[in-house]
Design a protein around this ligand. Sequence first.
Ligand code: PEP
Length: 238
Amino acid sequence: MRLVAGNWKMNKSPEEARAFGQDLSRAGLPEGVRALLFPTALALEHLVATVPSTVGVGVQNAHPEVCGAFTGEISAAMAKEAGASWGLAGHSERRELFGECDALAAERVSGLLRAGLNVMFCVGERMEDRERGLTDRVLRRQLGALKEEDLAHQRLSVAYEPVWAIGSGKAAGPKEATEAVLMIQEFARRPLTVLYGGSVNPTNVERYFQSGELGGVLVGGASLNPQTFRELLVAVAL
Ligand code: PEP
């Protein structure tokens, strides 16, 4: 089933997350599509308590260790205890703004899988990479950092998120997205679920599914409003 995942980044307090969950529950969800939300870690429990039970809730970032002297971090096991069933790793904001390298992103993936969570691993090129014809090479490098058993893991999904398309209003075209999806699946040597992310909204979302290759979309800005998030679900539902 197609997946619509919302990444809230550093938005929505615990009370705002609770209100979002209540709104979504009141409105009801369309059939034929899976919904997933990544709130801040502080709002996990509030969202889990209020969204319809079919909505997955995930942690945006988790340290590979279970516990220890890692100030400011939380572990996948802690997120799971708070109700998370998914975890994001490798988001370009972690890579670009917090200097996270391929190796750390890959370790975070391993930690999430070890904790029993589903993982959404993000990969994507910068505009200068694309202009220099390096998109494939960048994606292969990011994917190649994963342990082989993690890449083969049934609980791993990949989100293709070109850095230049995130939060910019400049969404990639369906052709660019499909090319990347096929390249990622070929690299993984299996039909894993690949999503597209980058300035997706209810108006442009349908075009990404026309090729039949995409498993879903990862949405930032357009996931913050419950009505808009629901419109995305309705547009994507089969
Ligand atoms: C994201 O942060 O993963 C994202 C896709 O953001 P936006 O939809 O706002 O471009």
